[in-house]
Design a protein around this ligand. Structure first.
Ligand code: SF4
Ligand code: SF4
Length: 263
């Protein structure tokens, strides 16, 4: 009798769907993946649903409502392995900017009928609510890394994703450092690899969409930015993009915010 294929589920929480689209964008690899697994639940791609427990769940998006909190616990109960994909799921995403502000003020500005909006005051990573087996960073994720993560699951090995910085990728490509050569502020030294140093390859600084690398030294990098002329307002803001709520970036932006308030 043929062995049952592992069942894959893809879940969405608060997000733009870009990371799920990265999975659909794996056109060349998707047929091979689909041959090795059963896509049991993936509303973005198919209306069919196999109910029950899933061998691998990929979770996109952050927790922003009371319903999300209940749902992520249910997803965890129904998943043997749970992998979070993208900045929303691994740090709270751009929507975590609410964590530094009064969300009611945002709601009143954005929505014509704020009375219909029921939301938490924070946007948080999935790992703040349930145990997560692996976090894949990026906004959006790198599809090559995604295929590797799914292959690693199927082969029972660790993913090959490295935790080093964008700087290493610049060195591997032979890029001239934009900070040293052009005094362009660049978050590459504290940012997780995954994009192939895309922005510095086009003479632009990195703004951190892959989130913090392993053991980032953000205070040291801020010192360099300050010597290049960035004030505390700028330093408070530079870490507040897609991964504003990732702890090393959050702490560093809050430190400079506090300095800015002191004047
Ligand atoms: S991490 Fe970025 S691309 Fe992925 S769902 Fe969130 S906002 Fe979209
Ligand atoms: S912002 Fe940084 S992490 Fe994002 S694509 Fe550009 S270089 Fe890569």
């Amino acid at each position: 009798m043929e062995a049952r294929k592992p069942r894959l589920a893809v879940w969405k929480f608060a997000s733009c769907d870009g990371c799920q689209l990265s999975l659909l964008d794996c056109e060349d690899e998707l047929l091979a993946i689909a041959g090795a697994i059963d896509i049991a639940y993936f509303p973005e791609a198919t209306r069919g649903e196999v109910k029950g427990v899933y061998d691998l769940s990929l979770v996109e998006g952050s927790v922003t409502t009371a319903h999300d909190v209940e749902r992520i616990h249910e997803v965890r109960r129904r998943s043997k392995t749970l992998i979070t994909i993208g900045a929303c799921a691994t740090s709270g995403g751009i929507q975590a900017l609410r964590n530094f502000a009064d969300v009611r003020e945002y709601i009143s500005i954005v929505y014509a009928h704020p009375e219909y909006i029921h939301t938490l005051e924070t946007s948080t990573a999935i790992s703040e609510h349930v145990p997560v087996d692996f976090e894949l960073r990026g906004c959006p994720i790198n599809k090559g890394q995604l295929v590797d993560v799914v292959s690693a699951f199927l082969a029972g090995r660790r993913p090959n994703t490295q935790a080093h910085s964008v700087c290493i990728q610049c060195k591997l490509k032979g890029n001239v450092c934009v900070m040293v050569a052009k005094a362009t502020p660049c978050l590459g030294p504290v940012t997780h690899e995954g994009c192939g140093a895309l922005c510095p390859s086009y003479d632009r600084g990195c703004y951190g969409c892959f989130g913090p690398k392993e053991t980032p030294n953000a205070p040291s990098l801020s010192g360099w930015f300050a010597r290049m002329g960035m004030d505390s307002k700028g330093l408070g803001r530079i870490y507040r993009t897609f991964n504003a709520n990732a702890e090393p970036f959050r702490k560093e932006s809050e430190r400079h915010d506090a300095q800015d308030r002191k004047g």
